[in-house]
Write a protein that binds this ligand. Structure first.
Ligand code: TYD
Length: 143
């Protein structure tokens, strides 16, 4: 079991954004105070990845994230050091919420993948944990 005895699948919820699409196209809205579980401060997107690329490979002490593929597909492997889940991102109106202190790796990017990342913080390298063993120590409360 993960955080607070909830399973990772319950903690890392799927977030569904409203789609006001009609015959003229999709219109998907991401707005503070709606389905996002935090106030967004920053977005970035990852595209043009090469075959075999694995990104992420970190946990964050402060940042929470929602990841969604607005084009193509990718996978995210999510772990709290005890449990692991893999979420396939392939719907522009559906993302996965990742709380703080969760390790994530993104991989299997399709050629046309555009992975949008939404977070509640400005970038601060000090809140990143990029060493998995250090992450395990911190998440297990040994520091
Ligand atoms: P990194 O966190 O390793 O990317 P990812 O988790 O998506 O694989 O960041 C790669 C580089 O970009 C690193 O030098 C830090 C820089 N960066 C910023 O300056 N601002 C940002 O918001 C992000 C996400 C990265």
């Amino acid at each position: 079991m993960g955080i607070n005895n909830m399973s990772l699948k319950d903690v890392c919820k799927i977030v569904k954004f409203p789609d006001f699409g009609d015959k003229d196209g999709d219109l998907i809205v991401i707005e503070n105070g709606q389905v996002l579980p935090f106030n967004m401060e920053r977005i970035f997107f990852i595209q043009n990845t090469s075959i075999g690329t694995v990104r992420g490979k970190h946990a964050n002490r402060v940042s929470e994230f929602v990841l969604l593929n607005i084009n193509g597909s990718s996978k995210v492997r999510i772990t709290d050091g005890k449990e692991e889940i893999i979420v396939e991102l392939n719907k522009p109106m559906e993302g996965v919420y990742i709380p703080r202190m969760i390790w994530k790796d993104m991989y299997d990017f399709s050629k046309d993948s555009i992975l949008l990342v939404i977070t509640n913080t400005r970038y601060d390298d000090n809140e990143y944990i990029r060493d998995y063993n250090k992450y395990l120590e911190e998440v297990n409360g040994k520091e």
